[in-house]
Design a protein around this ligand. Structure first.
Ligand SMILES: [Zn+2]
Length: 307
């Protein structure tokens, strides 16, 4: 246990989630709690405007495989269809896809360019922070957004959500899992590892504690096959091929690959062939996740107001 000069435990050596002592994390740049396993980036953590997708209206309107899984998760958790709030909504794809399932859809996005795109191109209401005029929230979603925020920012967002929640409100949180077998196995090659963008790396325990502090209890844990399968596939690819997360960039973000057309084609074919070879192993590892949700590559949990 490290101590400050006067012999007392320094605040930076205590877990911000549970208060237990911390050690070096599984990857450089993070400290890991001995009790809840939460990993916090050394230094200040705050929201960084990040564009995680191409701002392409036609692509948003087309939808994606990822969107279909999110839609199924939403349908399985929501009990009312009044207001959907998507926190960290990016370009607004999920809100746009859900606009006929809820009476009102509202987004929160810190990136000004994504916010402007969603408003201008898709006609969505998107705010820079959780608004306080929503009164009755049916479903609140945090799709890979909590890990971008400081614990203080998370507390503020959850307080605003709780103030507008009822017993029918459901909150879906999906984050990378620092307690996963995949992260333990591949470390910095974990597809969701991002020291610059993620001040927090949650475990099932630390996420539940943060949500409990915000007034929410577990309703059910969800198994999202595409997250799990893709996580293993990209993690295995990252161990043998470069650049890191090439497949992710090509499939999810639609990013053009660097280099000449010939090199791009060769890289796509090479990564594609390796992905096909790794697919059986990735699916087998998914079965492992299905049986042990707390160890899955990604945590996706549905919460409700605590009694
Ligand atoms: Zn802790």
């Amino acid at each position: 246990m490290r101590t400050s000069g006067d012999g007392c435990l320094s605040a930076r050596d205590e877990c911000g989630v549970c208060g237990a002592p911390r050690d070096a994390g599984r990857t450089v740049g993070y400290d890991r709690c001995r009790d809840c396993g939460h990993e916090a980036r050394r230094g200040a953590g705050s929201a960084i405007p990040m564009i995680n997708e191409l701002l392409d209206a036609a692509a948003v309107r087309r939808g994606s495989v990822l969107g279909a899984f999110r839609a199924r998760a939403a349908a399985s958790c929501a009990v009312e269809g009044d207001t959907l709030l998507d926190v960290g909504c990016g370009a607004g794809a999920f809100l746009y896809a859900q606009r006929d399932r809820f009476r009102r859809v509202v987004g929160v996005e810190v990136s000004p360019s994504s916010r402007d795109f969603a408003r201008r191109e898709l006609g969505l209401r998107v705010e820079p922070a959780v608004p306080s005029d929503l009164s009755s929230l049916s479903l609140v979603t945090f799709w890979h957004s909590l890990e971008h925020l400081s614990l203080e920012q998370i507390g503020d967002a959850l307080a605003r959500v709780r103030a507008q929640s009822s017993s029918a409100t459901r909150v879906i949180v999906s984050v990378p899992n620092a307690g996963s077998a995949l992260y333990r196995l591949v470390g910095e090659r974990y597809p969701y590892f991002d020291l610059d963008e993620h001040p927090q790396q949650f475990t099932a325990d630390s996420l539940d504690r943060v949500m409990a502090r915000g007034g929410f209890a577990v309703d059910r844990r969800l198994f999202v096959l595409d997250y799990a399968a893709f996580g293993y596939l990209q993690g295995l690819l990252n161990c043998v091929a470069s650049p890191r997360n090439h497949l992710y960039g090509r499939l999810k973000r639609g990013a053009p690959a660097a280099g000449s057309a010939v090199r791009r084609a060769a890289r796509d074919v090479g990564h594609g062939a390796l992905a096909a070879a790794f697919l059986p192993a990735a699916l087998a590892l998914c079965l492992h996740d299905r049986a042990r949700a707390a160890k899955g590559a990604v945590l996706t949990v549905c919460y409700r107001l605590a009694p």
